[in-house]
Write a protein that binds this ligand. Structure first.
Ligand SMILES: *Cc1c(COP(=O)(O)O)cnc(C)c1O
Length: 386
């Protein structure tokens, strides 16, 4: 009986989502070493991968991972605080600290785990969290766990943020301001220098999520370094799963904040450490990011080739969205591109707000300029015909 009601619940919920074109399915995607960016079984050229530098397939990164796995085994065996803190972590955290110019760094299991771990340590019930409305879902999840008063501000709207700080800051003990550095569905940058000034004026703490910035913008150092001079962002988190090519998350911050995280962040304390091979891979990838500026510059160059050819505003990151409105239109265009040999995902609610369904193009150092030009030709033809 209860089994039946459970399945009935799941089925009816799924049917309702399918009717609104919001159901999701998994397709098998295979990455092949040495064949450029990901091609799935149909040999499509993928513009859907966050592996901006192709490092998930890099022979040096793979070799570092294999060597660490052979030496230390496949798993960490426990939380880092118990016995999972294998020696490779020290180097990785030192590299992140150096790259971001912070005092210290702490590596978590993933970017998602970083955000849901860090935010509740810094903010609680008497506090205020102001969040850009287009922030990634896991910043919002972290903010919900914190139980603070949560107020979104319009995307990149400094005036609205200032008004909220003016009206709300004094009634709260602490205030945390959350933003993506590079917005994952828009591809634009947060005005970190201005946000930092505002936060300083109101005694608020700025936290940026640089998942799509590290390895791509600011000479590879990320969005805080994308302007004329580095922005002061006391809490810089990011992921090791995108340009770094592997898996894991990190927070770069002061020694005091990082020490507090080691002691209080629940997703750090109560989750197993990363496999040694994953940590070694991230170290090898960061070494490449810091020593190969031409590689690091390539994804942005490819994205700018695309926006130039389509006569759209210049790309600010490796991500370029093309807003098409309804989920149906996004799915149709995505299917048409697929038929022409390109994998470009349709992004629909709840990932993006209703009415802003889109195609999302992610460019990588693995894309040839030829592939980008072909994509532009096909897309121009499809858009003219629809
Ligand atoms: C992908 C992403 C994350 C999550 O990182 P994982 O390491 O994949 O868990 C967090 N924030 C943003 C903005 C992202 O794009």
């Amino acid at each position: 009986m209860s089994r039946r009601s459970l399945d009935d619940f799941a089925t009816s919920k799924l049917n309702a989502l399918a009717q609104r074109k919001l159901a999701r399915t998994l397709s098998v995607t295979e990455c092949r070493v040495g064949q450029g960016l990901i091609n799935d079984g149909d040999g499509l050229i993928s513009f859907a991968c966050n592996d901006y530098l192709g490092l998930s397939q890099d022979s040096r990164v793979i070799a570092a991972s294999v060597e660490a796995t052979q030496r230390y085994g496949v798993g960490a065996g426990a939380s880092r605080l118990i016995s999972g803190n294998h020696p490779l972590y020290r180097r990785l955290e030192a590299q992140l600290t150096e790259l971001k110019g912070s005092e210290d760094a702490i590596v978590f299991g993933s970017g998602y785990l970083t955000n849901i771990g860090v935010i509740p340590v810094l903010a609680g019930r008497s506090d205020l969290i102001l969040i850009d409305e287009l922030c990634h879902s896991c910043l919002l999840s972290g903010a919900h766990l914190a139980g603070s008063k949560l107020m979104p501000f319009r995307h990149n709207d400094l005036a609205e943020l200032a008004a909220l700080l003016e009206a709300q800051r004094e009634q709260h003990r602490h205030c945390l301001v959350l933003t993506d550095g590079v917005f994952s569905m828009e591809g634009d940058l947060a005005p970190l220098a201005e946000l930092s000034k505002l936060c300083e004026r109101y005694g608020a703490w700025l936290m940026s999520d640089d998942a799509h910035g590290l390895g791509v913008v600011g000479g590879g150092r990320g969005s805080a370094f994308a302007g004329n001079k580095p922005a002061t962002v006391p809490l810089q988190m990011g992921t090791l799963s995108k340009a770094v090519g592997g898996y894991g998350g990190y927070l770069c911050a002061s020694r005091a904040v990082v020490a507090l995280m080691r002691t209080r962040a629940r997703s750090f304390m109560f989750s197993t450490g990363l496999p040694p091979g994953v940590v070694a891979a991230a170290s090898a990838a960061l070494e490449i990011i810091t020593t190969e500026p031409a590689l690091v510059a390539t994804p942005l160059n490819r994205a700018r080739l695309f926006t130039r050819k389509l006569e759209r505003p210049e790309a600010q990151s490796a991500i370029v969205p093309l807003l098409v409105g309804t989920p149906e239109r996004a799915l149709t265009l995505s299917a048409q591109l697929r038929a022409a040999g390109f994998f470009v995902p349709a992004i629909r609610p709840p990932t993006v707000p209703p009415g802003t369904s889109r195609l999302r193009f992610a460019f990588s150092a693995s894309h040839s300029t030829h592939a980008v030009a072909q994509l532009c030709n096909t897309l121009t033809r499809l858009l003219a015909a629809s």
